[in-house]
Design a protein around this ligand. Structure first.
Ligand code: S3P
Length: 171
């Protein structure tokens, strides 16, 4: 955890398919915190799904909205923030994440590919999905590692992932 920061603001990062949204909801439930998902915040704000924002307005616009969603989210206390997989790419987002205890949900590219299926609803994935995930993970892994306060093996059953986060953060 970064110095002087509230343990009541936890951010989950990792590649698509790592389970950030689901684990975020479960962790928030266990800890009595509220949960926010940056993708949902963006979609809600624009009134259309993320995939449509990508196709109609472009990735740059999505990233702008994603940063706005994160800016809003880190104003909250007592919150678990499930972040979109690409959030670590922008320096501004990494700076905002310093206001949180950041947990990296780590999965292999193979697991991520299986969980993402054919990539429907995930505009960053092109066919073949597995190749896209390998490329994205290659580029992002160092950023996930560098941004995280805690790394958890997210290949395990969801309950165990939640337990490991709580143990790792001494909650
Ligand atoms: C993206 C991941 C998605 C979503 C958008 C872009 C990425 O979030 O933000 O499709 O660049 O990896 P999830 O990781 O929740 O699927």
């Amino acid at each position: 955890m970064h110095e002087g920061l509230s343990p009541g603001r936890i951010a989950l990062i990792g590649i698509m398919g790592a389970g950030k949204t689901r684990i975020g909801e479960m962790l928030a439930g266990q800890l009595g915190l509220s949960s926010i998902d940056t993708d949902s915040s963006v979609a809600q704000r624009r009134g259309r799904p993320v995939s449509q924002i990508f196709s109609e307005e472009g990735e740059a616009e999505f990233r702008r909205l994603e940063t706005q969603a994160l800016e809003e989210a880190v104003k909250g206390e007592g919150v678990v923030i499930a972040c979109g997989g690409g959030i670590v790419e922008l320096p501004r987002n990494r700076e905002l994440l310093q206001r949180c205890t950041v947990v990296y949900l780590k999965v292999s590219p193979e697991t991520a590919a299986i969980r993402c299926g054919n990539g429907a609803g995930r505009p960053k994935l092109r066919s073949p999905v597995a190749t896209s995930i390998v490329a994205l993970l290659d580029a992002r892994e160092p950023l996930y590692e560098r941004t995280a306060d805690l790394t958890v093996d997210a290949e395990q059953p969801e309950d165990d992932v939640v337990q490991q986060i709580m143990q790792g953060l001494q909650l």
